[in-house]
Ligand binder design. Structure first.
Ligand code: UD1
Length: 430
């Protein structure tokens, strides 16, 4: 058996251009919602990441025809669906598979989907998704690890989400698009990918207003048509390269971004010492001076994104002074801190609060990607550590970062993927 690792050596002053891929979380929601549309759609700027491959594979199992039609472009034809029951192993590995519920419910009036998995940040309930579906008149029950939803006729209604949830907002929008009458979603999530999903569905003939604010109105329509649509750039991939530029005292031009989506990240990186120039669809970011401490609290958009929390903590390990990071979205998103501590970071965690003491140096060692963004955090730490860092579990990183090793190498990082035979490792250990 082979095991793949990312091997990183200290890499100061990264420099050059990096192109950001399409947004993972927008792509996954839009892909699932093509089932609601039921006509041929062309999606462009689709990121080449394993979560997208997994979603395509799940949808192919259900009868959807998917073809590559160009670099980062796919044609999705969900006219014929072979099953409304999505209960196989792949579903459990992907959080975003819960969007199949809204898509099937909206088009066929019923769905059965296995409870989704995804990164482990503590409890990941679905009560608000169910509240959204039930408000539209659907009946929901969970039995044997399967969520079953059904409805004779979906009817628009007013629904207040008790917590700001990206998934519940998107699922309710998808289910409401073909419902009779108007649905009003209050306390909706405002994330860029909520807006992108609404823009995609509107280009298919849906009638959605207010996406990007906390009240979304969906006027039900009878029919949808196929479309051609370009997915927005990934806010978190861009934020990760911004943090890497600051950490390595680099000078990066980050292309294919929407600067507006990066405001909270830019604000915090400027407090740390970054200098940022903004252009229409790119930014230039450098950090010539000292790295200063900074306090961060993650919040729903437009707050600082929870999906940037591990990367900012890794950066703060090298900032002078004591920084505090509060996780405002998930109960248990500091599990990766033990990996940074193994590299010499001084971080204490109490519940949702991490206190980070800036240290003079980190030292490379064997670390694991605990989840997708935690993987990005240990890669960032590896770039600023003395010696060599070996990152295991790189499948997690590949779920959401397109060719991260190639992109970092192009910027001058000393980073590569190695494949080691486990037999060899155990033999040499004997
Ligand atoms: C999405 C993103 C994930 C990101 C998160 C927050 C995808 C595939 N994943 O996850 O990367 O970290 O947004 O920006 O798009 N909650 C409930 N009940 C529910 C649903 C959520 O209480 O029914 C709570 C959660 O426990 C959490 C908070 O709401 O505390 C936010 O969750 P949510 O926005 O739904 O996250 P996801 O959509 O799963």
């Amino acid at each position: 058996m082979n095991v793949r690792k990312i091997v990183i050596k200290k890499s100061n002053n990264l420099e050059g251009n990096v192109k950001i891929a399409g947004a993972k979380n927008a792509a996954l929601a839009i892909l699932a919602s093509t089932i609601l549309v039921g006509q041929k759609c062309i999606l462009e700027n689709v990121p080449d990441i394993s979560d997208v491959s997994l979603m395509c594979s799940i949808m192919s199992h259900l009868g959807v025809k998917i073809n590559m039609v160009g670099p980062n472009a796919i044609e999705v034809d969900a006219k014929n669906i072979s099953s409304l029951c999505a209960d196989f192993d792949e579903i459990r590995h992907m959080r975003a598979s819960y969007y199949l519920l809204g898509a099937f419910l909206g088009r066929f009036g019923k769905a059965s989907v296995a409870m989704p998995g995804g990164c482990d940040f503590g409890l990941r309930p679905m009560d608000q998704h169910i509240k959204g579906f039930e408000s539209l008149n659907a009946k929901c029950e969970i039995s044997g690890g399967i969520i079953n939803v059904k409805c004779d006729k979906l009817k628009g209604n007013r629904v207040y989400l008790d917590v700001v949830s990206v998934g519940a907002t998107i699922n309710t929008v998808i289910a409401a698009v073909r419902a009779e009458g108007t649905t009003v979603i209050e306390n909706a999530a405002k994330e860029p990918h909520v807006v992108d999903l609404a823009n995609f569905l509107n280009s298919c003939g849906a009638d959605i207003h207010g996406a990007g604010t906390d009240v979304i109105q969906v006027h039900g329509v009878k029919n949808l048509k196929g479309t051609s649509y370009q997915i927005i750039p990934d806010q978190i991939e861009a934020g990760t390269y911004m943090a890497i530029s600051v950490a390595t005292h680099g000078n990066l031009t980050i292309n294919n971004v929407i600067p507006k989506h990066l405001e909270s990240i830019s604000a915090k990186l400027c407090e740390i010492g970054a200098q940022i120039d903004y252009f229409e669809d790119s930014i230039k970011i450098s950090c010539p001076g000292k790295l200063k401490k900074c306090n961060v609290k993650t919040m729903p958009y437009p707050g600082f994104p929870t999906d940037m929390q591990p990367q900012i903590v890794a950066l703060l390990t090298k900032c002078e002074g004591t920084s505090m990071v509060t996780e405002g979205v998930w109960d248990n998103r500091f599990r990766y801190v033990s990996e940074l501590r193994r590299m010499g970071a001084e971080i204490s965690v109490d519940g949702r609060l991490a206190v980070i003491e800036g240290v003079k140096k980190l030292v490379g060692t064997n670390v694991k990607a605990i989840d997708l963004r935690a993987g990005a955090a240990v890669i960032l730490a590896g770039l600023i550590s003395e010696g060599t860092t070996y990152v295991e579990n790189i499948d997690y990183v590949e779920r959401g970062y397109e060719d991260i090793v190639g992109k970092l190498s192009n910027l001058g990082a000393d980073i590569k993927i190695v494949t080691e035979s486990l037999d060899k490792i155990s033999l040499s250990a004997c």
